[in-house]
Design a protein around this ligand. Structure first.
Ligand SMILES: *[C@@H]1O[C@H](CO)[C@@H](O)[C@H](O)[C@H]1NC(C)=O
Ligand SMILES: *[C@@H]1O[C@H](CO)[C@@H](O)[C@H](O)[C@H]1NC(C)=O
Ligand SMILES: [Zn+2]
Length: 982
């Protein structure tokens, strides 16, 4: 799966300076609401019973539960994991969604399924996952069991639906016999809801007409909501899907269409689309879609690669970039894995309502429109980057994840970390001029360092028995899984060399294809690759090195003393005094690959295996300096003795280009974290940003801005703000002029990707912190656009920033024009930019009106409503509106419940919440905010905070520590900014 990491990161960059009190409140409530929804799922489906009252009933509760007393031992059906007594082999599933005939406004699907399974161990019980399906009764039971091998199967004596574990339970008169195979037939009705889970419907408008399509999202546990199945990743089987649909639609699934035929039922003609039998695969990767989309394909490619989307988008060419990119990434991956693409076709489809950025269903990948469609005239480079990343990520899963699948969700980190790592390689292949691998550090490593340096972080790899419930599974879908997973694999690949890494990987995939693995299987195959060669020598085995990074949380701080030559490691925590409750079998020490350079000259790789070691070669004299963790390939932070810090800073001032770009970013990032943890003075951290007035590279700039964010959050409502603003204005001056001169006053766009992002930084910081010519430029360009709306003079790269700046300084006329353009555009990337920019207004009444609009589904798609409110809340003016005059509880709960799936079900959004709520709690820094928060907690205690409870606690803890931080540092920081801005 692929979450909204990149897109949200683009926004996060803007967010950085703006995060707000309102968000934590909204998020907490959203979670509460979603829990409320979860409690009501039974009710939501009950009306189905009225559709076919004569043949179907649903037993939502079990007769035996009613009789069971709570003290009795757990029955098999109360265990969340299936007993491995029955192993599925083949599913024959027919699905029949009704897209044109809602019954009392409700859309439904009917279906039937036969699953053939082998009995591994004699049992008189069949458990199969099933959720929110209304099953037909046959002779009073929910299924028909037939015996394979001509055997007469035992009769079903009791059957019911077990709600908590989502099983259909069938008790049998006698035992199924080991070694024999049986078939189970079920017939069912389900709701085609707009809940973005299982088999669901998505709506969109084309030619002014409402259109409906049916689509799926199974991961992690919603295949059971589409048809009864053994819904665990290790229970792989083959699937034969048949979809019946109205003739004006077409159907897609994991495998190619085998045949279509007509079927006339009660005088109405239907189309029956039957698909070829799939390869052996996991249930969470199944997919079927009924839509009226158009597609494009590569005629010359060795197998079928297609892009599907709304007709309008395809006809306008918005799928062209994805098609070209997908095809060349697939070619690259075949070579990379040294395994041909395992399926006969690969379809990519953009679905208008989709909760993730993408989902890697085998052979039928689903994308958010932003993740697949590119308007050649209206898209920014950032949009293009997102698409390339998302395609590379999902396509990487087609082998790693789909062909070879983790045994259980505890190893999700390997699946997702790997795809996140490989997405950089794939994008580098298709867009070599981007140097995309350089961005790994600021996109993944620095980001996850912040999370992983907290005392309640978690190890990458959990034990299988620790991950049971849906909450457990969702709990591991986070930045640790994606970004840390990718970062430790990158470290591994870097000390093995990419070649050797790839060799081991390829042998692992070949050995386990169509099967399941645990992460140790990968270490074994990499070890074999190491053993088979001579040139790379490791100090110890791969598992001995890697387990320390995967099985204990956090990461080390490596300290270099260039006077004594001592190098030592310590578990790095942002709060040194924090209590770490989780123990580690390795005592929080790591086997650390140490890359380093001396005054610009790269030295041979070393290893730090102990708490501390002395290496005489580390000693330096005079102006010589040591720089460690070159290109930040190691997953750790670095500290030095004070003299070495000073020498590094003077090198930066003298000639920063000797220090690699990523290490310039790292020096800043490490210094700020070390200052936060009180290892070094705060002024030293601030001093690392001084040289930036001469640096035009994006990576160090964005690192500095991300770190200065904390200062802005703490002080933007105090007397420190003026000098801070002046300092940034001064620092950005040269950068702004650099682009003013080299890009004809921002009319043109530089060619290198990171230069394009630097150009954005120039506009963003200069406009935000009051460089007059920047603000004049924005207003001027925006007015030009207003005069001639058909010819937008602003390059897509700069639109969100220019719109925002112009709307912030303009009045109602400018806002209304932006709103009109928002309502008119059918292109998601453009509407996202405007939706954001409209929240930049400074007039309270405009923001208030926008807030009202954002709750109206006629105006703003419900999946966008929360983020729009967050934008408004993160505006200093809007914050108080959301906080006071707005009743988030009542209104948010009244928006269609499904928008809250964002917060309970999806990975990227969860990630974003984690990212955001931490930023938010960082902002509470005054006694009055603390009181506000305490009051909020008190007022809402009666409804409970559910899974948001830790967020609440965290916010309170953070606020108290922020108050301390501000009291301690304010004078010094004020003095520093006053001096530095002169
Ligand atoms: C699958 O089921 C359909 C009817 O639902 C039947 O016609 C077909 O033969 C079955 N296929 C297999 C392989 O059992
Ligand atoms: C499954 O449903 C389809 C459509 O109603 C029907 O044609 C088919 O015969 C059913 N399969 C079985 C085995 O009943
Ligand atoms: Zn993924």
């Amino acid at each position: 799966m692929k979450q909204g990491f990149y897109i949200s990161k683009a926004l996060a960059v803007v967010f950085v300076f703006l995060a707000v009190i309102g968000i934590v409140i909204i998020i907490s409530l959203a979670v509460v609401c979603s829990e409320e929804k979860a409690k009501n799922v039974g009710n939501a489906v009950t009306p189905i019973q009225s559709i076919r009252p004569s043949t179907s009933t649903t037993l939502w509760t079990t007769p035996s539960t009613a009789m069971m007393s709570t003290s009795q031992p757990k029955k098999t059906w109360n265990h969340i994991r299936l007993p491995m007594t029955l192993i599925p082999e083949f599913y024959n599933v027919t699905l029949w969604p009704r897209l044109t005939q809602p019954i009392n406004g409700m859309y439904i699907f009917t279906g039937n399924s036969t699953v053939r399974f082998t009995c591994k161990e004699a049992t008189n019980l069949i458990l199969i996952h099933c959720n929110m399906l209304n099953l037909t009764l046959f002779d009073g039971h929910h299924a028909i069991l037939t015996g394979g091998d001509g055997a007469n199967p035992p009769a079903i004596i009791n059957s019911w639906w077990e709600k908590d574990t989502q099983y259909l339970v069938l008790q049998l008169q006698g035992e199924l016999q080991a070694g024999k195979s049986y078939s189970l037939f079920t017939e069912f009705t389900g709701e085609l809801a707009d809940d973005l889970a299982g088999f669901y419907r998505s709506e969109y408008t084309e030619d002014g007409e409402k259109r409906i399509i049916a689509t799926t999202q199974m991961q992690p546990t919603d295949a059971r909501k589409a048809f009864p199945c053994f819904d665990e990743p290790a229970l792989k089987a083959r699937f034969s899907f048949t979809v019946i649909h109205e003739p004006q639609f077409l159907a897609l699934s994991n495998s190619p269409l085998a045949e279509t035929k007509e079927l006339i039922i009660e005088g109405i003609t239907w189309t029956v689309s039957k698909f070829e039998e799939t390869e052996i695969m996991s249930t969470y990767l199944t997919a079927f879609i009924v839509c009226d989309f158009a597609s494009i394909e590569c005629p010359t490619f060795p197998f079928q690669v297609r892009i599907w989307a709304r007709k309008e988008a395809i006809y306008k060419g918005h799928g062209n970039y994805s098609l070209k990119t997908a095809a060349s990434i697939l070619k690259y991956l075949e070579a990379y894995y040294n395994i041909s693409y395992p399926l006969p076709k690969s379809d990519q489809i953009a679905v208008p309502d989709f909760n993730f950025f993408a989902m890697e269903n085998w052979g039928l990948l689903v994308y958010h429109e932003n993740g697949l469609l590119l308007d050649p005239n209206g898209s920014s480079t950032q949009n293009k980057e997102n698409i390339a990343f998302i395609l590379a990520h999902e396509l990487a899963h087609q082998w790693f994840g789909n062909l070879v699948t983790m045994k259980w969700w505890n190893d999700l980190w390997l699946n997702e970390g790997f795809a996140t790592y490989v997405q950089y390689l794939g994008v580098d292949f298709v867009e070599p001029s981007w140097s995309i691998k350089d961005l790994f550090v600021v996109y993944e490593v620095h980001y996850v360092f912040g999370v992983d340096a907290l005392p309640y972080s978690r190890p990458l790899s959990a034990k299988e028995e620790e991950i049971n419930t849906l909450e457990d599974i969702n709990g591991v879908i986070d930045a640790i899984t994606y970004s840390k997973g990718a970062a430790v694999l990158r470290m591994l690949s870097s000390f093995l060399t990419e070649d050797l890494f790839r060799k081991g990987l390829s042998s692992y995939l070949k050995a386990f294809q169509f099967r399941n693995t645990v992460y140790l299987d990968l270490w074994n195959h990499l070890q074999q690759a190491v053993n088979e060669q001579q040139s790379i020598q490791l100090p110890t085995s791969i598992s001995d090195i890697m387990n320390r990074w995967t099985r204990q949380m956090g990461f080390p701080l490596v300290t270099f003393n260039t006077t004594s030559g001592e190098i030592s490691q310590k578990h790095f925590l942002l709060d040194q005094k924090a209590i770490v409750r989780r123990t580690s079998e390795y005592n929080y020490t790591w086997h650390i690959p140490v890359s380093w350079m001396k005054s610009g000259i790269l030295q041979p790789l070393g290893w730090l295996l102990n708490k501390s070691e002395t290496k005489p070669e580390l000693k330096v004299t005079g102006a010589e300096w040591v720089l460690a963790n070159i290109n930040v390939t190691g997953y750790y932070r670095v500290n030095y003795d004070m003299q070495n810090w000073e020498r590094l800073l003077s090198q930066l001032q003298r000639d920063h280009s000797i220090i690699p770009i990523n290490n310039r970013a790292q020096i800043i990032s490490d210094a700020f974290s070390l200052a936060q943890a009180e290892y070094i003075p705060i002024t030293l951290a601030l001093n690392t940003t001084r040289y930036l007035s001469k640096d035009t590279e994006y990576i160090p700039w964005i690192s500095a801005l991300a770190n200065l964010k904390h200062f802005f959050l703490m002080f933007d409502r105090s007397e420190v703000y003026g000098p801070m603003q002046a300092y940034l204005r001064k620092q950005v001056h040269q950068l702004y002029e650099h682009f003013e001169n080299s890009t004809e006053n921002f009319k043109e766009i530089p060619s290198a990707l990171t230069a394009q992002y630097s150009q954005r930084v120039a506009v963003w910081i200069a406009c935000e912190y009051g460089l007059k010519k920047c603000r004049d430029l924005s207003s001027g360009l925006y007015k030009q656009w207003m005069d001639k709306p058909s010819a937008n003079p602003i390059h897509p790269n700069l639109r969100s920033l220019i719109y925002c700046s112009a709307i912030a300084s303009g009045g109602v006329e400018m806002w209304d024009f932006g709103w009109k353009m928002f309502r008119n555009t059918t292109f998601t990337a453009e509407s996202d930019r405007l939706r954001y920019a409209l929240s930049c207004a400074k007039e309270p009444w405009l923001l208030n009106r926008y807030l009202e609009y954002s709750l109206n589904q006629e105006y703003i798609r419900k999946q966008d409503s929360i983020s729009t409110i967050s934008y408004i809340a993160s505006n200093v003016v809007g914050q108080s509106l959301v906080g006071t005059s707005f009743d988030p509880v009542g209104k948010l709960c009244s928006i269609s419940e499904s928008s809250f799936y964002d917060f309970s079900m999806t990975s990227y959004s969860l990630l974003n919440i984690h990212g955001r709520d931490m930023k938010v709690s960082e902002r509470f820094a005054s006694e009055s905010e603390l009181r506000q928060l305490e009051q909020f907690k008190k007022d809402n205690e009666h409804i409970g905070f559910g899974v948001a409870a830790p967020t609440m606690t965290l916010a309170l803890e953070r606020t108290r520590s922020n108050i301390k931080w501000v009291n301690k540092n304010k004078q010094e920081v004020l003095k520093w900014f006053q001096e530095a801005s002169e």
